[in-house]
Unconditional design. Structure first.
Length: 275
């Protein structure tokens, strides 16, 4: 395998791939030689106050991955529906031949929402991650070649941040829960040489963060609740880019990280250390 294509011959399953971090991850892994199985809901969830991805967004990801020279199987699917995930994943494996990498990226941030926000964010950001890994395990174990699973958590999975509204509490709880899943899966899957790690971004310049609703929530926390809300990074940047997260994913799933498992990797411009 050439160093220019460290993932040649491998197949990656990425959730939430229509835009933002998921698209960046798909493009980076494709550039590294992997073929892609991509899913996204591409529908609105009522408790989420900002627009979610659309079928056109997913089609754009397909076009960009193909332009990068990789094959891609992309479908609309909901991570809350484990059977739908299994069906799409099987279609992808049937067409692309195998499964080596999983990036459980799909997530929502229904800040300033009521009880529905709590339920929806737990269902998508935590249960959806569980469904994603469970759907992938049988194929990866049966292949007997090992593999790498990356769970996208958040700096909020390592810190007690957020306000008192149920959506933001659920977000922080779900992202902490992803750490528990990662650590348990890392031990459970280690005998099969399947590595499991989590990545913890600070704010990323994607539609989930860069929208008027999330900005209003940040102002609400700071100005009205008077909570400890220093969301500034240690390094002099307000946000990082989706490509920064994709670069970390690419390293974790490569042979360069072949003995790294059970790790919570912040890509956070120092915010966790600062707090």
């Amino acid at each position: 395998m050439s160093t220019s294509a460290p993932l040649a011959g491998k197949v990656a399953f990425i959730t939430g791939a229509a835009r933002g971090q998921g698209r960046a991850e798909a493009l980076r892994l494709a550039a590294d030689g992997a073929d892609i199985i991509a899913i996204d809901l591409c529908e609105q969830i009522d408790s989420v106050p900002y627009p979610l991805a659309t079928p056109d967004d997913l089609a754009a990801t397909v076009k960009l991955v193909e332009e990068a020279g990789a094959r891609i199987v992309a479908r609309q699917a909901d991570v809350r529906d484990e059977e739908a995930l299994r069906a799409v994943l099987q279609t992808g494996v049937d067409q692309l031949g195998r499964l080596d990498i999983v990036v459980a990226n799909a997530g929502i941030a229904p800040m300033q929402s009521g009880p529905d926000g709590w339920r929806d964010v737990i269902d998508v950001n935590l249960t959806g991650v569980h469904h994603t890994v469970e759907a992938a395990i049988p194929t990866m174990v049966a292949q007997g070649d090992g593999g790498s699973i990356v769970l996208i958590s958040s700096a909020a999975g390592l810190m007690g941040v957020g306000g008192g509204d149920r959506g933001s509490l659920g977000y922080t709880a779900a992202k902490h829960g992803v750490v528990g899943l990662m650590r348990a899966y890392a031990n459970f899957l280690a005998p099969h040489s399947i590595r499991v790690n989590s990545i913890h971004p600070t704010g990323v310049d994607t539609p989930m963060i860069n929208n008027e609703f999330t900005r209003d929530w940040l102002r609400h926390i700071s100005e009205e609740l008077k909570a400890p809300t220093d969301f500034s990074n240690a390094l002099p940047v307000q946000v990082v880019q989706a490509e920064d997260i994709a670069n970390a994913v690419a390293w974790l799933v490569s042979d360069q990280a072949r003995y790294i498992t059970g790790v919570t990797l912040p890509v956070d411009a120092g915010i966790v250390n600062k707090r």
